[in-house]
Design a protein around this ligand. Structure first.
Ligand SMILES: Cc1ncc(COP(=O)(O)O)c(C=O)c1O
Length: 384
């Protein structure tokens, strides 16, 4: 094996921080640093206007936003929640944490999100909710999923961890169902290190969620001056984001249009550079769907088989390109098998997981970086 270092290294994902986040944190440290303070409230208002949502609650993570949503909807023991297996562990963990059972359904070939036909096959008398994941910031067939949920009286909790700024038929992702959950983890388009948000349309559900988020107290109502002291009114937990982290998010919100525009430019360059190579080799680029407006969270390639994908990953790493595979399907992971899901048949999930490769994508990539990635990818295809 050669120990030669590649001439150029291209990291997979880098958050775009500069003096603006530092200044925002310094200012936050001068004031109240606990959660649900003035900065958090400002960021919630900004997100409500970006998402056109009745209420947004900042949370410590998307994982917690999903737990909070399920708790507020009253989903728990004896109930099933249908979600993809091709997702991050948090989607299924949130279901388990509230005492319900995740039931895995397959994904669509195009969007790589929940397949409504397979979801319908798996609905039983115990099914209480569906959790579509907007993988890469692209919605699955939401018309069919929303229609199915209405007909079968199921709640819809969107895992929009990757989807801030993306739309379906002009509507912001994360506002299509009963609740939408976002992530501000460092891998996301905007970040405060670790953080999340819950978007809710129904005022009554929002009231329940804000109580659970504040340790089961009516502190939020107290801070609004609606009650003269606050007290324990329900079972709850601690899901509020500190104002110090909210300050980072405030600065990142200013950058959101620029972040997404820079990501779009990288994606356009990938498409221009790889289009004819993909057509020649049969490797699939992400689809461009007319009723979806993506936020360019991920740019992925789908190889025809797992061996070609693995060889491409090795070759890209050797050239300093931090390309990556994605999820190990949850049904076949040790915890998935432990909850009895190991034998679930999910052929599209298994194939996509074995053949998908993600290219570096972040706002700090230079054109030279992108061209280096394109040239490296073309060499992997030609070596096959
Ligand atoms: C689809 C999906 N769901 C949930 C999460 C969890 O987000 P968080 O780390 O904010 O809990 C992620 C983060 O990677 C994700 O990509």
């Amino acid at each position: 094996m050669s120990d030669e270092r590649p001439a150029r290294t291209v990291p997979f994902s880098v958050p775009w921080f500069d003096g603006r986040e530092q200044a925002a944190v310094s200012a936050a440290l001068e004031g109240r640093v606990a959660g649900d303070g003035p900065i958090g409230k400002r960021v919630e208002k900004r997100l409500e206007s970006t998402l056109r949502a009745h209420r947004v609650l900042l949370t410590t993570s998307c994982t917690h936003a999903m737990e909070l949503a399920l708790l507020a909807l009253g989903i728990g023991p004896g109930q099933d929640v249908i979600c993809p297996s091709f997702t991050f562990v948090s989607t299924a963990n949130a279901v388990l944490r509230v005492g319900a059972r995740p039931v895995f359904a397959d994904i669509e070939e195009t969007t790589l999100g929940l397949d409504p036909v397979d979801v319908e096959r798996r609905i039983t008398g115990q099914t209480a909710a569906v959790m579509p994941v907007h993988y890469t910031g692209v919605a699955p067939d939401m018309e069919a999923l929303l229609d199915l949920s209405r007909r079968r009286r199921l709640k819809v909790v969107e895992d929009a961890a990757q989807a801030l700024g993306a739309r379906w038929r002009g509507r912001p992702l994360g506002t299509l169902g009963d609740a939408g959950c976002f992530s501000f983890h460092e891998s996301k388009n905007i970040t405060c290190g670790e953080g999340g948000a819950l978007a809710i349309g129904d005022p009554e559900l929002a009231r329940r969620a804000e109580i659970i988020r504040e340790k089961g107290t009516n502190r939020a109502a107290f801070l609004r001056g609606e009650v003269d002291k606050y007290t324990w009114v329900a079972e709850g937990s601690s899901y509020v984001l500190s104002d110090v982290l909210a300050a980072i998010l405030d600065a990142q919100m200013d950058k959101l249009p620029a972040v997404n525009a820079r990501r779009a430019a990288v994606v356009a360059r990938y498409r221009a550079g790889l289009g004819s190579w993909a057509a020649r080799t049969g490797v699939r680029l992400p689809p461009e769907l007319p009723d979806r407006e993506p936020n360019h969270h991920v740019f992925h390639l789908l190889y025809s088989d797992g061996a070609s994908r693995d060889a491409a990953l090795d070759a890209l790493h050797a050239r300093g390109v931090a390309a990556s595979f994605h999820y190990v399907p949850l049904h076949s992971a040790p915890q998935g098998r432990a909850i009895g899901a190991g034998d679930t048949e999910l052929p599209v999930t298994d194939r996509v997981a074995a053949t998908l490769l993600r290219l570096p994508l972040h706002p700090l990539l230079s054109e030279e970086d992108v061209d280096h990635v394109i040239e490296s990818v073309k060499q992997t295809g030609e070596a096959r």
